[in-house]
Design a protein around this ligand. Sequence first.
Ligand SMILES: Cc1ncc(COP(=O)(O)O)c(C=O)c1O
Length: 397
Amino acid sequence: MATHVSRRNFMGGVAATVGYLSTRPSAELWAQGGPAAVAAQRARGPMTPEMYDRMAKIASNENNWGPPESVMKAMNAAWKYVGRYGYPDGNIVEAIAEHHGVKPENVLLGAGSGEILDVVGTTYLLGGKKVLGCDPSYGSVYQHATAIKAEAIKVALKPDYTQNISQMIEMANRHAAEIGLFYLCNPNNPTGVAVPKQEVEAVVRNIPKDMPILIDEAYHHFVDDPNYEESIKYVLEGRPVVVARTFSKIAGLAAMRLGYAIAPAPIVAKMRPFSMGSINVLVKHGGVASLKDTQAQAEVKAKVKALRTKCSDDLRAHGYNVIPSQTNFFMVHLGGRQVQPVIEEFRTREILVGRPFPPMTDHLRVSIGTADEMDRFMKAFKEIFPKRERQTNAAGA
Ligand SMILES: Cc1ncc(COP(=O)(O)O)c(C=O)c1O
C-alpha cells in the first residue's frame, strides 16, 4: 500500500524485499548497493582488509574518528572479564537510566539499535500487523517486517524531503485496525531531515492512543535545529512510545554493537523476551565512559558540522543541490544521473559512498568522514561530474 503525493513520484509500497545489508560485516556489504553492486563486487573478488583500509569510508554514517581515549581506556580495563559470564558490567543500564532521568526498568539494551528495531518489530508486528512509516527511511524496520511476514504502509516524503506527518496521522487513523507500529525516524535516514517537535507531538496526540510508536533517534546527537526535541518525555508520560538510541554514531562504537530502547516498563517487559541480551563486556564499560565524555561528543559534533557545511557548500558551488542535513550525512542530487553507476565510479577511486535509497535513486548519500576523506570525495566528485549552473529545486536546497 502506498500514497503518491510528491512531484518526484515516489513509489511507496509494501516493504521491499531487497535485502540491503546494514550492519553485517561481509564482503557483500562492502558492495553497498543491492544485486547489481553485489554482482560487481563478485566480479572484482573479495575486498581484502588491506583494500578496505585504503578506502575512504563514507558509506555507513559511522564516526570515522572512532571512540575517544576515555572510552578505549574503560574498554581496555574490562579485558580481564572477557572469559566470564557473570562480571561487573559497569552498571550500564543504570548509567543509561540516569542519563535520561528514567528508571532501569525503562531501559532495554540491544546489540546496536538495529537489534532494538527488530525487537520492537517482532513485538508488535507478529501475526500480520503492519508498520506505518515514511519512504524512504531507514529500511531495516521494513525489511524485518517482511522477514516476519508483516507488511509496511509507506507514506512518500514531501517534495521538500520532510516527512508527510499529517498524511501519516491520517493513515494511522484510517488503518488503525491493521497497524501494529508507527515508525518515526527522527532525523530521517537517508535524508538527514529532522521532524519538528510540534509534528512529533501531533503524532503522539492524534493517532490512536494505544498505537505503539517507535521513534528512532540514532542521529539525535548531531541535531542543531532549535525546533527539534528528543522524545523521551512521551515515555515519561506513559505513552506507548519506544525511543531507540545507539552508540554506533556519535560514540564511534559501531562494531562493538550497543544500542538501547527507552520505553514504559510494561513495554520493556513485553519486548525483553524477543531480545538476545548478548552485549559484550567491553562495550558495556565503554558505553558508560562514553555517556560521561560529553566533551568528546561535542568535539565530534563540531567536526561533523564544519565538514558537512564545507562539503555541501563546495557541491552547491559546483552546481549540485544538497538537502540540508541535521546529521552526520547528507544527500546530493546527481543532476539527472542514477546513483548505482556513480557508486561504482567512486568505488574505483577507492571511495565507499552510500547505497541507493529507492525511490531517491537520483540522489547519493554521503557520510561525513575525516577532512582527508571529504577532500578525496570532493576531488572524485569533480572528476565524475562537470561543473554546471545550479538549479533550485522544490526544497530550495
Ligand atoms: C536510523 C538508523 N537507525 C538505526 C540504525 C542501526 O544502527 P546500530 O544497529 O549500529 O545501532 C542505523 C544505522 O545506520 C540508522 O541509520
